[in-house]
Write a protein that binds this ligand. Structure first.
Ligand SMILES: Cc1cc2nc3c(=O)[nH]c(=O)nc-3n(C[C@H](O)[C@H](O)[C@H](O)COP(=O)(O)OP(=O)(O)OC[C@H]3O[C@@H](n4cnc5c(N)ncnc54)[C@H](O)[C@@H]3O)c2cc1C
Length: 480
């Protein structure tokens, strides 16, 4: 019998799992996909927002403000890429300037520090490539950029190293409750637990409805992006937003933590909870909007497009509560933006809710052995020449470069395969240490990664998939 079962291994489930690992509890995380961070957490703008955007008094505002402050420590403990580069919201007219003032006031109400409204020459000094038509900008110093899947993998790896159990390929299909215990049925097996935490992203409403009376509906709102080559990565120094609209924070231009440039997203309601396709029309919209901020973007340097799905709930705010009619069932639903920024903060409160529920039947103790530190990843490219030769002397696999675009070595790939939340797929390797993220998008290194995965996991080449289940790369021999 588990004390807690968490459904969904995105940033919400991962943050809560790590927070709960600080208590003496038996915890399982169930994920339907074959890897963690495969839902919305895989595809978003990767911004740790300052916190002026969400309306005061909402859970989004509260947890964004608190979460933002937690990120320096989290990044340090978990060895994940995070840069506090600041953000600018641009205004192109006097009307938009009024909007900036409203955001500034709202930021003050939300308790956001270090904000300032800048004039054109101040902006130009910070961002030499900014469009001449900009009239003002709201500068927020505390905004940052992060690796969202590295964060989630780091959180879960640390949680697993502290005793949490992770079950991939376990899609929840039924939940029943008898007395004080739940029976969760996945396509693989049954789990008994005292508390359930629903972190199923765009599917959170469906999971809720398996056991409780319907109380919210989630509609996916798709956002499409361009990723540009590192050659364009220095066109901006900060996260450049435009004035937000009713449906989102608008199209941004931002560096990524690894030095690429990201343009997007648009905002479009879709019917299908799996529809992460990109479309010519919407990408044209993203291109046009991005050029409005930075005129001299070279769009020939686009190396990839992708889309993510916002979990838009009909209640308009995060839904973080114990279900009225089912005690012990906690919803963490409607986690749209700023979910990434807010997750570590709401995880603290969800953990408190769980402890309170479990305390009804006896005292829950802290886990004094909890170790917040995750073993560091060697990032070969970032080492000095002396450090590089030292490491190659210890393990010659660090002397074999597998990804030429990003300079990723075999040693780094082998390391991330054998961690407690290790890579099992070609994209799983890419999410953890970046081969395939460069200009050639895996054209050179893909087959080598497949070989390394097969060798290290003792599988055949045909058994290695690109990403999700059944995304086979090789099916049979072409030459005998
Ligand atoms: C376009 C876009 C831009 C964004 N930009 C930002 C940003 O810049 N900053 C920010 O703070 N936030 C941003 N967000 C929001 C942020 O990405 C999300 O809030 C966050 O990733 C949600 O994480 P989650 O864990 O709740 O959901 P998910 O990451 O979707 O995780 C849910 C998990 O549950 C699993 N699951 C579903 N059903 C089942 C089942 N039946 N059984 C088992 N497992 C199941 C899924 O496979 C998935 O892995 C953005 C979102 C989008 C779409």
């Amino acid at each position: 019998m588990y004390d807690v079962v968490i459904i969904g291994a995105g940033v919400s489930g991962a943050s809560i799992a790590r927070e709960l690992a600080k208590y003496k509890l038996k915890i399982a995380v169930l994920e339907k996909e074959n890897d963690v961070a495969d839902g919305t957490t895989k595809a978003n703008s990767a911004i740790i927002h300052a916190g002026y955007d969400a309306k005061e008094g909402t859970l989004m505002a509260k947890y964004n403000a608190l979460g933002n402050q937690m990120y320096d420590k989290i990044a340090e403990e978990l060895d994940i890429p995070f840069k506090r580069i600041g953000s600018l919201v641009l205004a192109f007219s006097d009307k938009e300037k009024e909007h900036l003032k409203m955001l500034y006031e709202r930021g003050l109400k939300n308790g956001i520090p270090d904000m300032k409204i800048l004039n054109f020459s101040e902006i130009k000094e910070m961002e030499p490539n900014i469009n001449k038509k900009v009239v003002a900008a709201l500068y927020a110093k505390t905004a940052g950029i992060i690796g969202p899947w590295e964060l989630t993998i780091g959180m879960l790896e640390n949680a697993v190293d502290n005793g949490v159990e992770l079950y991939l390929n376990n899609e929840v299909i039924n939940i029943e409750k008898t007395d004080n215990e739940f029976k969760i049925t996945t396509k693989e097996k049954d789990f008994k637990t005292k508390v359930v935490i629903n972190c199923a992203g765009v599917y959170a409403d469906q999971i809720h409805n398996l056991i409780a009376k319907p109380s919210y509906k989630i509609t996916p709102r798709r956002g499409q992006y361009f990723v540009m080559d590192k050659m364009e990565g220095e066109k901006v120094n900060r996260v450049i937003f435009q004035c937000p609209t009713e449906v989102g924070k608008g199209v941004l231009v931002t560096p990524t933590v690894h030095g690429n440039l990201l343009l997007g997203p648009d905002s479009q309601e879709v019917n299908n909870k799996e529809d992460t396709s990109t479309t010519t029309e919407q990408l044209a919209f993203v291109r046009e909007k991005a050029l409005k901020s930075i005129e001299n973007l070279n769009l020939r340097e686009v190396i990839r497009s992708f889309a993510g799905l916002r979990a838009e709930a009909d209640r308009g705010d995060f839904i973080i509560e114990e279900a009225n009619d089912i005690k012990g069932f906690i919803d963490v639903g409607g986690i749209k933006s700023p979910g990434l920024s807010a997750a570590p903060a709401f995880a603290v409160d969800v953990a408190k809710m769980v402890v309170e529920i479990l305390n009804r039947n006896g005292k829950i103790e802290e886990n004094k052995k909890f170790n917040p530190i995750r073993k560091k990843q060697i990032r070969f490219m970032e080492l000095s020449n002396e450090e590089k030769s030292e490491i190659i002397k210890k393990d010659s696999k660090y002397g074999r470069v597998i990804c030429r675009c990003e300079t990723i070595t075999e040693g780094e790939i082998v390391d991330i395969i054998h961690r407690s939340v290790g890579a099992r797929t070609v994209d799983g390797v890419k999410k953890r240490c970046r081969p395939g993220m460069g200009r050639c998008q895996g054209g050179f290194c893909g087959p080598r990664i497949q070989e390394i995965l097969a060798r290290e996991l003792n599988l055949t080449l045909e058994e290695i998939v690109l990403d999700k289940k059944n995304s086979y790369i090789l099916t049979e021999e072409t030459k005998k």
